[in-house]
Design a protein around this ligand. Structure first.
Ligand SMILES: [Zn+2]
Length: 253
């Protein structure tokens, strides 16, 4: 194997708890802020590279714990969303964003078509294929749940919503979870929704297969320690389980 291939494999999508037998498949597209050294950090400083623009802080810890609680597999990205945002389709202007919130990303400005194509092949296509193959193996009973975190202050404006339950055109699981979610400020399609292009994974993988699906967004100031992530994982796993139980009950009657 060449050095190039071994570098690539360090950034290939990861699977946690692969033997998990639950119909739920967890996905964390923004799990990592890692970048192959050849990208030189895209010209950003250490502060930007550790901030929410590069990844979803707390999302991997929380979703890994959810995988344990739900006995489900978890597919997660191992490369920063600034290299390629795996929750965006090829060609989306923010798949390799030249600017994120107020930060210009020097390594993403004026990318050639060849550079964009190379990143798409190296980082998006393997993630897409792994998710697609896994869902094909699981069949029609699979349930797709994606886990994200968001920044408490965006463009200087504080966000009051604590947990967003997001959906695209299939609202079934989101509705069921919103019915039973308590203890936090929970909102539908907040702090953003499908009109902002954030439901790509659901649209690409769940809707065409007719699978139950939901995207969960947690404000990242609620995920600042392993203890907080553990508590949140328990809450969210409970909502997913109860939501699915509610839907199964409705179908049975
Ligand atoms: Zn995210």
């Amino acid at each position: 194997m060449s050095a190039f291939n071994s570098i690539q494999s360090d950034f290939a999508p990861g699977v946690a708890n692969p033997g998990g037998q639950s119909p739920v498949l967890l996905v964390c597209e923004h799990a990592s802020n890692a970048m192959p050294p050849s990208f030189g950090g895209l010209g950003l400083g250490a502060e930007a590279l550790s901030s929410h623009i590069a990844w979803d802080p707390g999302a991997l810890d929380t979703s890994t714990r959810m995988a344990g609680l739900l006995k489900s597999a978890l597919i997660h990205s191992r490369v920063s969303r600034l290299i390629y945002d795996c929750n965006r389709p090829p060609g989306a202007p923010d798949a390799m964003p030249p600017k994120s919130e107020a930060t210009v990303v020097p390594g993403n400005t004026d990318l050639s078509h060849a550079e964009q194509a190379a990143r798409t092949e190296a980082y998006y296509r393997p993630f897409e294929a792994l998710l697609s193959d896994t869902l094909d193996q699981r069949g029609r009973t699979a349930v797709l749940v994606t886990i994200h975190s968001f920044t408490p202050v965006y463009h200087g404006v504080p966000r009051e919503v604590e947990i967003g339950i997001l959906h695209d055109t299939d609202t079934r699981l989101a509705d069921a979870m919103l019915d039973i979610a308590t203890g936090y400020r929970v909102e539908r399609n907040a702090p953003y929704g499908p009109e902002h292009g954030v439901t790509h994974t659901l649209r690409r993988h769940a809707l065409p297969r007719g699978l139950l699906n939901v995207m969960i967004e947690v404000r990242n100031d609620l995920l600042t320690s392993p203890q907080e992530c553990a508590g949140m994982a328990e809450t969210l796993a409970g909502w997913v389980t109860k939501g699915l139980d509610g839907l199964a009950g409705r179908e049975a009657t």
